[in-house]
Design a protein around this ligand. Structure first.
Ligand code: GTP
Ligand code: MG
Length: 693
């Protein structure tokens, strides 16, 4: 069974000790108001100090230590955040509602006229820094449910949760957005939300000079060395792909979709059918699920391990499991569908190479998932697309409930297909599979039920997964591994950083720069699916056991990188964003949740630089004061704390962002410019005073 991956390290399992979850059903629904505005006044969940040194999570009611900025159990951001001690005048305070912004009607009336003057485009700052995650979890952290460690990376649901908005996409792809501030770039489109064609952008990297010194030569802390330019990077021979006996390439498959569509059941069933869950374990799940009167969740329980998830019957954090197909070692990232846990979904799905969008075919359920304000089907699809995923399998599940009706399948395909097209998915990259996880129809073999067999002639699910195109891997670039999960073993002086290598390669003995601390550690060993592995390359999802480093300096939301090619830490960024369909207006001064790889921060919209014409992509207005649904614009945000971020044009994985508020994703986008880098020294002195124990 796909138990949570245990990386073989000791860590305290405090998960089971938490039994104070009585208030789980807090409902954060806030009515949608088409004209409500995201202002700086955020809803403040009732996360209050229940006793000295403790704050209580408003979602799961877990009592967290004061030093935590996010709930250690569910990852929800603490609100209000404690002062980080970082103060340079940009500290975010709750910004008052601004009355000097135009009303939506004003926008409509004056929309095409440019007002004031704007922006200044500016020079890019670059490299070398890193980010500060915000959801620091001191020990078993994060967002992916690996071992038992669920990936709670996404914190916060609540940070800004109050009203919701929906998204839907509308225009431009990240790369379109990648154009500098005021000009529209035709090429390099990474993804396109509504209507546009996807134009994958390739980053040219020259592999010249400079070699990696993987066995030393670095001091234990970054700061004195100078960063090399990426053009100088030259990978060593062992880093490049070569035929390795019996090793399948990894495919990170995010399982996404509306709550209760059957994602965990489908994942559990697949794992069982493919021999990853023993008969004994399966029997145990069945028995326990029946005892709790939840017999139908037996397969889901293979992934939903925590008592809270089982009690509530929902997935809360991303679970990680593995199975093999003929071509791939598939890393299953089973995401939560509940709207409160979208931040966790973001943290897990940001690693995806491809996605399986699970739809509940039953009458009313598909429609609920598609609901603009309450459903998660569209939001998940758009987020996945904004992460650069363009290969999608739509699993139309629970076909048994609709008697394997072709008409129902066709209706779902037609309605959802239109939406996916408008979100930037190409028809040719979307596979539609009718199935039933519960009745084991069309999963790993062709269907046996005549009602399905009579009209469906396509591939079964496993075949469809096998037919996905292998993703391009950046093995020739310097190491970049965003950390989604951390497992500590202080007694052994070791810490495991878990995540997907986005670029470069690792093997034991190699020195890595751990950001944002700026410390240099040594890779002691690597594990893939709990098994030791010699080399990990771009695309691999691994646990990197580090030594020679302060374990408290390795945090989820941080990044492992090459010591000569440090990534940037910043809190003042220029973004090109697309406001999703149905989202409330965004104003100057709006406070939003800012998500980037596995990090999240509170962000304030500092400035709006320019607004693009959705038809031509040209700048149609400088310095707009409000962004409406479906609009694309360049804005500046100031974060409450620094994050590891790079311009999208230099590192896609560290340059994709999503902005949320009130429990809804409002906009997706890319980093077009790092306006202000944070020096490591500053970061170390301020950040770790607060975050380290
Ligand atoms: P979240 O993770 O909370 O979003 O839910 P989920 O999408 O993982 O759904 P889960 O697997 O927990 O299943 C929800 C319910 O749907 C359970 O009662 C399952 O038994 C049921 N279910 C899943 N697949 C099928 C199916 O193919 N047919 C029928 N009839 N029920 C199914
Ligand atoms: Mg689930």
């Amino acid at each position: 069974m796909p138990r949570k991956v245990n990386y073989g390290l000791d860590y305290d399992d405090d998960y089971d000790d938490d039994n104070d979850y009585d208030d789980y059903d807090i409902d954060y629904d806030v009515e949608d108001n088409a004209f409500s505005v995201v202002t700086g006044n955020l809803h403040k969940p009732n996360q209050e100090a229940t006793r000295s040194g403790i704050w209580r999570c408003s979602i799961c009611t877990y009592d967290n230590d004061q030093s935590m900025t996010a709930c250690d159990i569910c990852g929800v951001l603490r609100n209000p955040l404690p002062s980080s001690g970082i103060s340079n005048g940009n500290d975010l305070k709750t910004a008052p509602f601004k009355f000097d912004v135009p009303s939506p009607d004003d926008i409509v009336t004056n929309g095409l006229r440019s007002s004031k003057m704007g922006p200044k485009a500016s020079a890019n700052v670059k490299k070398n820094n890193m980010s500060a995650p915000m959801s620091t979890r001191s020990s078993n952290s994060s967002s992916l449910t690996m071992p038992k460690g669920r990936n709670v990376a996404g914190n916060e649901n609540n940070q800004l949760k109050d009203g919701e908005r929906n998204l839907r996409s509308s225009a431009k792809s990240p790369d379109e957005m990648a154009g500098t501030s005021s000009s529209y770039h035709e090429g390099g489109v990474e993804y396109t939300l509504p209507m546009d064609e996807i134009k994958p952008r390739s980053l040219a990297y020259s592999l010249d000079s400079a070699s990696i010194n993987d066995r030393g030569g670095y001091s234990n802390s970054y700061g004195t060395g100078k960063a090399a330019s990426q053009g100088q990077y030259k990978p060593e021979k062992w880093m490049l792909h070569e035929a390795e006996d019996g090793l399948l390439s990894q495919l990170n498959l995010a399982i996404v979709g509306h709550v209760d569509s059957g994602k965990s059941t489908l994942s559990g069933r697949l794992l069982h059918l493919l021999g990853q869950i023993s008969q004994k374990d399966m029997h145990k799940h069945e028995k326990e699920a029946k005892l709790q009167g939840k017999g139908s969740f037996a397969y889901a329980w293979a992934l939903d391990e925590s008592p809270e998830e089982r009690e509530r019957g929902i997935t809360m954090t991303v679970a990680v499991a593995y199975f093999d197909t003929k071509r791939y070692r598939v890393v299953v990232l089973d995401s939560p569908g509940h709207k409160d846990f979208v931040p966790n979904m973001i943290s897990g799905a940001t690693q995806a190479d491809a996605a399986l969008l699970v739809i509940d075919a039953s009458n009313g359920s598909f429609e609920a998932g598609m609901d603009g304000s309450k459903g998660q089907t569209k939001e998940h699809a758009q987020l996945i697309r904004s992460f650069g995923v363009d290969q999608l399998i739509v699993a139309v599940n629970k076909m048994d409930v609709v008697q394997y009706s072709k008409d129902r399948f066709d209706l779902i395909k037609q309605q959802l297909g239109t939406f996916l097209r408008s979100s930037g998915f190409r028809d040719s990259s979307v596979l539609w599979i009718p199935l039933s996880a519960m009745e084991n129809q069309n999963l790993v073999t062709a269907p046996s039920d005549i009602r399905l067999l009579s009209w469906y002639k396509g591939p079964y699910l496993l075949d469809a997964i096998d037919s996905l195109q292998p993703p391009t891997r950046n093995v020739s670039k310097p190491l970049v591994m965003p950390i989604c999960d951390v497992i500590k073993s202080p007694s052994m002086g070791q810490v495991s950083a878990c995540g997907k290598l986005e670029a470069g390669a690792l093997r034991s003995g190699v020195k890595v720069l751990v950001m944002p601390s700026g410390d240099v550690g040594t890779v002691r060993s690597l594990e893939r699916d709990t098994r030791p592995c010699a080399i990990a390359r771009a695309g691999d999802n691994v646990a990197v056991v580090l030594q020679g480093i302060d374990t408290s300096h390795v945090i989820s939301g941080g990044v492992l990188c090459h010591p000569d090619f440090p990534i940037t830490i910043a809190k003042h960024l220029e973004l090109k964003v697309l406001v999703l369909d149905g989202a409330s207006p965004i104003l100057i001064g709006s406070q939003l949740e800012f998500h980037i790889h596995h990090a999240k921060e509170v962000a304030r919209v500092e400035k709006m630089v320019s607004l693009f014409d959705p038809k031509t992509g040209k700048v149609m207005k400088k310095a707009p004061r409000c962004l409406l649904a479906k609009q694309s614009a360049v804005i500046e945000v100031v974060l409450q704390g620094p994050v590891c971020a790079e311009e999208f044009s230099s590192c896609k994985a560290l340059g994709r962002v999503s902005l949320r508020a009130l429990g809804r994703t409002l906009a997706v986008g890319i980093v077009t410019r790092v306006i202000e880098k944070e020096p490591i020294a500053f970061f170390k002195s301020k950040y770790f005073v607060f975050f380290s124990k």
